[in-house]
Design a protein around this ligand. Structure first.
Ligand code: GUN
Length: 283
């Protein structure tokens, strides 16, 4: 078994983005990211802080808008409208989930697709579906980078994704398909899940249940990617994969933490750089 080091791969991506950012700056362009956070969800606050830190490391301009938990939809909409017009801002990210009285979909639809560095807008989702896109969704794109880092060719392999969310499962399957994997999407209602996952050369777990993938569900020599971020019975951070028992069956596996998590942020940096190039006619 070899561990896939998400921190190391993520650092490489950020270094590459910083180099390109330095080049853009010589042309008078500084990539700018606006991050909106509503309310005080502790996990969201950590994510947003990490995004700001990554912007600093890459040499980006970044602005955080922290809105009160009782902010109205119209105030949030007005902020997005302002950022859509702001030339210093190339990427807009509104941290999800939002408080219950606010509508995620309305927010996603309001962000100008060319500034949608999450790639959540229907225009960008459609572009991904047909394989003609500017932005890749950050977590699935990060997973692809981690798979590439193993040196294993995805072409022809059987890939199984556990989870069908719009943020991870569905786009993940599409990116694997673009690289010529034979892909199956499974989920909480799949019958005899084990018989499917046991066939997977590449298994991506994104179901949001602590230690859900056990050793008997994994093929010998598989690449196992764990997108989960859960707390175990002792409150310790853990993934969707029962790491201790699964690791010896795999050729490669990602740890939690230190696997997919750091990649998501690096891919956001890459998307923001791409957005800056696109908006300045440099692509
Ligand atoms: N909340 C959890 N993951 C994400 C993400 O990738 N983007 C946004 N906007 N919110 C999130």
């Amino acid at each position: 078994m070899a561990l896939i080091d998400g921190k190391a791969v993520s650092l490489q991506v950020k270094q590459q983005v910083k180099q390109e950012c330095d080049k853009l700056k010589t042309k008078g362009v500084t990539p700018g990211l606006a991050v909106i956070i509503v309310g005080d969800d502790p996990a969201s606050q950590v994510y947003v802080r990490n995004k700001e830190k990554a912007c600093e490391e890459c040499g980006f301009y970044s602005v955080k808008y922290a809105l009160d938990a009782d902010t109205t939809q119209s105030k949030l909409n007005a902020l997005i409208d302002k950022l859509n017009k702001d030339e210093k801002i190339n990427g807009i990210l509104c941290q999800l989930p939002l408080p219950k009285h606010l509508d995620d979909k309305e927010v996603i639809n309001r962000i100008d697709p060319i500034k949608d560095v999450d790639a959540f807008h229907p225009v960008n989702v459609g572009a991904i579906m047909i394989g003609d896109y500017n932005f890749l969704p950050c977590t699935p794109a990060g997973v692809m980078e981690l798979i590439h880092s193993t040196g294993v060719d995805v072409t022809g392999k059987k890939a199984v994704v556990i989870g069908r969310s719009n943020i991870v499962g569905k786009p993940m399957a599409m990116l694997l398909l673009h690289e010529n994997a034979t892909v199956e999407i499974t989920h909480s209602k799949t019958l005899d899940l084990k018989s499917i996952t046991k066939e997977a050369d590449i298994l991506v777990a994104a179901i949001g249940r602590a230690k859900f993938v056990t050793a008997d569900m994994v093929k010998n020599g598989a690449i196992v990617i764990d997108v989960g971020m859960n707390r175990d019975e002792n409150g310790k951070l853990c993934g969707d994969v029962d790491f201790e028992n699964v690791k010896d069956k795999c050729s490669f596996i990602t740890p939690v933490p230190g696997g997919v998590g750091p990649m998501t942020i690096s891919m956001l940096m890459r998307n923001t750089l791409t957005a800056a190039k696109l908006q300045n006619g440099l692509i």
